[in-house]
Design a protein around this ligand. Structure first.
Ligand code: GLU
Length: 308
């Protein structure tokens, strides 16, 4: 194995050029905005402990964060409940799709915070007396991870809320089990807005770095969450972040990460860096095809595999 490259020198545009000919996968058709995404959007970004952020071309192109938001929702729920969120949501991998209609047997809790049921619940655990207050708290909390003011794409949020039938089903199921304390529709409305927050690859890399570096944003120096929360969240990303592809991901890439249907993947390499790899076409696990190959290459080139 050759020596690891320096992340300050790695040629990210050359990596992007190597990824572009990979033509496998399909865009999500869950909402019109994702079905219409540019299939050739392809970006790689790195955020380093010294506060520098590097990216390939397309690094500033906006997209909705979708499920890459879930680690940060879990972090905010842990912060706002003083850790009690850990009693309300499981942390075991499911081996099933992101939107499986399934809760933990015996407890009725969502299986983990990285699948839809879990994220609908963590959205309901953040501070706020009503859906608007909770959504504002989430956008402010995400902005602290990002180091800049983020915004919700209202069209995406509307489509998510209107067309997310399985998410409504999950929220009703959790109401029936007594595990969701707020109205089902209110819970889905906040979750839809969280998924619709606009980011780009550079921003997502900074968010991943904030988790990887003990909860402190390396660009602003601001603490977003405690080191303990950051550690807990990265641990759950490692086991559950890529849904039913999590085992394969940890073997091949070996970096805690969260995939999403917009084709964005956020990576948190503990103590090392944050990264984002983004391209809309997805494989059968809902993971970006180019993103997975790009993440494997980054892991190999930079020596990021946690068991390496
Ligand atoms: N907003 C998407 C949904 O709830 C998120 C799923 C994903 O990104 O994997 O279906």
């Amino acid at each position: 194995m050759s020596a690891a490259a320096d992340p300050r020198e790695l040629d990210l545009d050359a990596l992007r050029q190597r990824l572009l000919p990979e033509s496998g996968g399909e865009r999500s058709t869950s909402i019109p905005e994702l079905a219409d995404a540019d299939p050739d959007l392809c970006a790689i970004a790195l955020a380093l402990p010294d506060g520098s952020v590097r990216s390939s071309a397309d690094g500033a192109v906006p997209f909705s964060i979708q499920s890459a938001v879930k680690p940060f929702l879990f972090a905010l729920a842990l912060a706002d409940t003083d850790g009690a969120a850990l009693d309300r949501v499981g942390i075991e991998p499911t081996g099933e799709a992101f939107d499986a209609i399934k809760l933990e047997s015996g407890t009725g809790r969502p299986p983990n915070p990285m699948v839809n049921a879990g994220a609908i619940l963590t959205c309901a655990l953040v501070d706020g007396d009503d859906p608007d207050e909770r959504a504002s708290r989430i956008v402010a909390g995400l902005s602290s991870f990002a180091g800049r003011r983020l915004e919700v794409d209202d069209d995406v949020a509307h489509s998510e809320h209107l067309l997310g039938d399985r998410n409504h089903a999950l929220a009703h199921l959790m109401r029936d089990e007594g595990t969701l304390a707020v109205r089902a529709d209110d819970a889905v409305s906040v979750y839809a807005r969280a998924c619709a927050v606009l980011v780009n690859a550079q921003t997502l890399a900074v968010m991943g770095a904030t988790l990887a570096l003990g909860g402190v944003n390396p660009v602003t120096g601001e603490r977003a969450v405690s080191a303990r929360i950051a550690r807990d969240v990265v641990a759950v990303m490692a086991t559950c972040g890529v849904y039913d592809g999590s085992g394969r991901w940890m073997r091949a890439v070996g970096v805690p990460a969260k995939s999403s249907v917009s084709g964005a993947i956020v990576l948190s390499a503990p103590g090392r860096l944050g990264a984002a790899v983004v391209s809309p076409p997805l494989d059968e696990h809902g993971t970006s095809v180019r993103g997975r190959i790009g993440a494997e290459t980054l892991s190999d080139d930079l020596g990021l595999h946690v068991f390496g």
